[in-house]
Design a protein around this ligand. Structure first.
Ligand code: FPP
Length: 253
């Protein structure tokens, strides 16, 4: 199954929904989905890819400008080697099967996270898909792969420290904007909404800095079951939230 090349654009304001500028998704519960059906965990991950395609289609059709999905965390290295290899293979297969459709839908892809420990063929694939989609102006799809929020802040801190050591930056000139610009998500708005499936209520090292004011929405269903109905229910929940950003009056987003 591939993403439909002719995705209908259904403007969501007609549904009375506020559309986040950036959605982060922790796609959790592939293993439990598989276990509940007596299947191998890898089958859960394959269904997870189908759910990811549905999510991308929905973000395109509802004109969500930025989407970041958590697909392999820096902590996932503790899983069995076979499962790790399978998830790495899925990234290869996802790119191979969906790149043409993503291009046709003007999607820009960025893989955020550390390249350390990744095989050179995977690094080449990442560089290639980023280069091919660089000039696309539609949905920004960030795939967090070998990503950890604390590690990201460490990398940013090292970069800033090097700038100071080289005399290009004074410590007193370091601001929140300096840190934000040194993160993998430089130039992107912070997520307005972070969604996690599978009933777990944790952020698990995902977009720690960027998610400071994100609305957190947790849904019970496992990631492979993610559907349009869930997507709309999550947007309804987000629309109903009052966002004050530490102030006393609701802000529009
Ligand atoms: C969480 O479920 C899921 C993952 C660690 C992998 C996420 C990968 C996908 C959704 C496939 C898309 C991937 C790519 C590379 C495009 P879990 O295994 O932690 O489930 P469990 O908590 O029920 O065991």
């Amino acid at each position: 199954m591939s993403i439909d090349p002719a995705i209908n654009h259904r403007p969501s304001p007609a549904l009375g929904l506020k559309i986040p500028r950036h959605i982060g998704v922790i796609m959790d519960g592939n293993g439990r989905w598989a276990k509940a059906r007596g299947k191998a965990r890898t089958e859960g991950h394959m269904e997870g890819v189908k759910a990811l395609r549905r999510l991308v289609e929905l973000c395109i059709s509802h004109e969500v400008p930025n989407l970041t999905v958590f697909s392999f965390s820096s902590e996932n290295w503790s899983r069995p080697k076979d499962e790790i290899n399978f998830i790495f293979g899925l990234l290869h297969r996802f790119v191979a099967s969906d790149l043409a459709t993503l291009m046709a839908n003007n999607v820009r892809i960025r893989i955020i996270g550390s390249r350390d420990g990744l095989e050179s063929s995977l690094v080449r694939l990442i560089d290639d898909v980023e280069a091919k989609t660089r000039d696309n102006t539609g949905l920004n799809l960030m795939v967090a792969f070998n990503y950890g929020g604390k590690a990201e802040i460490v990398v940013a801190t090292r970069h800033i420290a090097n700038e100071v050591a080289a005399g290009r930056l004074r410590p007193e000139d370091i601001t929140e904007a300096t840190v934000a610009a040194a993160l993998y998500t430089s130039g992107l708005p912070d997520p307005d909404l972070i969604l996690r499936t599978s009933g777990e209520q944790r952020v698990s090292n995902f977009l720690l800095w960027q998610g400071a004011y994100a609305e957190l929405v947790f849904v019970e269903e496992n990631w492979p079951d993610f559907s349009e109905a869930t997507f709309l229910a999550v947007l309804e929940e987000y629309t109903a939230r009052e966002r004050r950003f530490g102030g006393i009056e609701a802000k529009p987003r």
